[in-house]
Design a protein around this ligand. Structure first.
Ligand code: NAD
Length: 332
């Protein structure tokens, strides 16, 4: 094994750890996501080629960043994972082939297709239909308690309607709509205050305020995209798509671009359609997510270290956009 491979792997690990801290803990990235993704891929490839050199603490096996000490910590009873990425139609086809090989021959796979919202993941816990806790994803095992902050987000219901399970954990993304983000940054710039690199960082930074009155002034919006913990013996639909409809019936906001398709070609068309619509949406998306729709098949496929085997994010090509961060122009 060449010394330089081991050195490069170590170098990549250190770089990615630094970028993770800047992005997840400080909400202040210093490099564009495309640069991060390129380095992440390089490390993943080297680890695959040299498994004995893979470090136990590799960033490729980790989710997010550590919860900040200034918040109370919430332990996620069901871990909040990340998603694997596909950067081309070929990589998506390879994903589809992989799942086909894991399932019984001839299994018909339906996919739930969703925009990949570029915001911050949150978990909302409802007890007897009442919102009792909000938390960030953190490192996937534990997140930050941001209950008072999520309560200020107008489209998050404080109380659900209908026949709701005793305990219901809803997961989704908090985003800052683009127009609101531009206005917010413009005002901050005029007042000489901190501006955010992009709507994602603005959403994540706004959620992690110690004073919920500050969060209340930030224009945030929530979209539910999955369930976490649910009381035992709850009867739920056996498809992900239908579970999202159920969440909508209980009063939770679900994105209107979500569709169900039954082939790889259908996924490809969805990708093209959403890519075309990207600029007309009032929130940032950085790709689309394809999820195996049948819950029993999801359970059969299971998880790998940091992501489910039954879902993948197909990323969009980078959108070149110039943003000023603390006086320095750079691409995000
Ligand atoms: P991710 O953003 O690639 O994918 C997982 C996340 O997608 C989930 O946690 C959820 O929050 C989100 N999501 C959005 N829509 C969803 C939907 N419909 N269904 C399910 N989940 C949905 O994962 P990640 O681990 O948070 O971040 C990795 C990415 O973050 C990298 O690929 C990189 O682009 C970026 N990043 C950038 C830097 C940097 O320095 N620029 C550093 C770290 C990470």
């Amino acid at each position: 094994m060449s010394q330089s491979t081991a050195q490069r792997m170590q170098e990549l690990e250190q770089l990615l750890n630094r970028y993770n801290k800047e992005y997840y803990e400080n909400d202040e990235p210093s490099v564009p996501d495309t640069e991060y993704d390129k380095l992440f891929r390089e490390l993943q490839t080297l680890e695959k080629q040299n498994p004995d050199l893979k470090s136990k603490t590799s960033p490729t096996a980790k989710v997010g960043g550590k919860p900040l000490a200034k918040f109370n910590t919430v332990k996620h009873e069901v871990p909040m994972l990340s998603l694997d990425n596909a950067f081309s139609a070929e990589e998506f086809a390879a994903f589809s082939k992989r799942i086909g090989q894991k399932l019984d021959e001839g299994t018909q796979v339906t996919f739930c297709c969703e925009p990949k919202l570029d915001g911050a993941a949150v978990s909302l816990l409802y007890e007897s239909g009442v919102l009792v806790r909000g938390a960030t994803r953190g490192d996937g095992e534990s997140g930050e308690d941001i209950t008072e902050n999520v309560k200020t987000i107008r489209n998050i219901p404080l109380k659900l309607k209908g026949d709701v399970p005793d305990r219901l954990e809803v997961r989704g993304e908090v985003v800052m709509p683009i127009g609101a983000f531009d206005r917010f940054n413009e005002k901050a710039r005029q007042q000489g205050e901190k501006v955010f690199a992009n709507p994602r960082n603005a959403a994540a930074g706004s959620l992690r305020q110690l004073d919920s009155r500050i969060t209340a002034k930030r224009p945030l919006h929530f979209y539910a995209y999955s369930l976490g913990l649910v009381s035992e013996h709850t009867v739920l639909p056996d498809s992900h798509y239908e579970r999202l409809q159920q969440l909508a019936e209980w009063g939770l906001p679900v994105n209107s671009e979500i569709e169900r398709v039954d082939s790889v070609e259908g996924c490809d068309s969805y990708y093209e359609k959403i890519l075309e619509r990207r600029d007309s949406l009032n929130y940032d998306i950085d790709g689309v997510v394809f999820k195996v729709d049948t819950i029993a098949l999801q359970e059969e496929l299971g998880f790998v270290a940091r992501a489910p085997r039954w879902a993948i994010a197909r990323k969009f090509p980078a959108q070149e956009q110039l943003t000023t961060i603390t006086g320095v122009d750079f691409q995000v």
